[in-house]
Design a protein around this ligand. Sequence first.
Ligand SMILES: Nc1ncnc2c1ncn2[C@@H]1O[C@H](COP(=O)(O)OP(=O)(O)O)[C@@H](O)[C@H]1O
Ligand SMILES: Nc1ccn([C@@H]2O[C@H](COP(=O)(O)O)[C@@H](O)[C@H]2O)c(=O)n1
Length: 202
Amino acid sequence: MLIIGIGGGTGSGKTTVVDQIVSDLPEGQVTVISQDSYYKDLSSLSMEERKKVNFDHPNAIDFPLLCQHLKELKEGRNILQPVYSFVAHNRTEETVLTTPTNVMVVEGILILTDPAIRNLFDIKVFVHADSDERLIRRLKRDIAERGRDLDEVLNRYQTTLKPMHQQFIEPTKEFADIIIPNNRYNTVAVDIVRSIINERLN
Ligand SMILES: Nc1ncnc2c1ncn2[C@@H]1O[C@H](COP(=O)(O)OP(=O)(O)O)[C@@H](O)[C@H]1O
Ligand SMILES: Nc1ccn([C@@H]2O[C@H](COP(=O)(O)O)[C@@H](O)[C@H]2O)c(=O)n1
């Protein structure tokens, strides 16, 4: 099994890059796991309290569960992956049965911050986009897809996204084997990662 970790700031284009990487790969050979699925269960908090949580700090993520799941997949066992709701700011009651495949791609803003998780990755990728580009993308996406409004996104950007990016996310660039510059769509870099995966599959 080849496990690829893909980090980078919010709006850098991780999900888009992952979609591009896996789009032409044989079905059933590649599985994508999102760090977002492993936000901690906040059922004990009210909606108002959940809204105030700093979702860009490593403490927001259930890294032990993610680590356990990756190890189980590596050992050939199925896992039940949590399903996250950005609207409810919480895990849902659902889970997704996830089976081990030849290639596992794990993506998320904080995915390269945890040493135990980093150790499980065969290849570490960091997707870079400038902060103004990321903010513009985040605004558009969160309003269109995640039920947010302009003030909410800008407020979160100033209070948590920006400082957490500088403190926790940007420093993980140094752990990356490959840094993908993604201010523009980068088909060359995507092709390179795809050919590494294809080599492993053949
Ligand atoms: N290279 C790019 N150029 C312009 N827009 C992009 C690019 N990559 C991603 N986007 C757009 O930016 C938004 C955020 O991208 P996404 O892949 O969800 O980022 P991330 O997963 O890193 O938060 C999406 O609407 C996506 O379509
Ligand atoms: N309830 C939540 C949980 C997380 N976020 C934000 O999502 C971002 C990470 O997801 P990406 O797809 O952008 O990598 C992170 O920056 C959190 O602020 C949220 O808005 N609401």
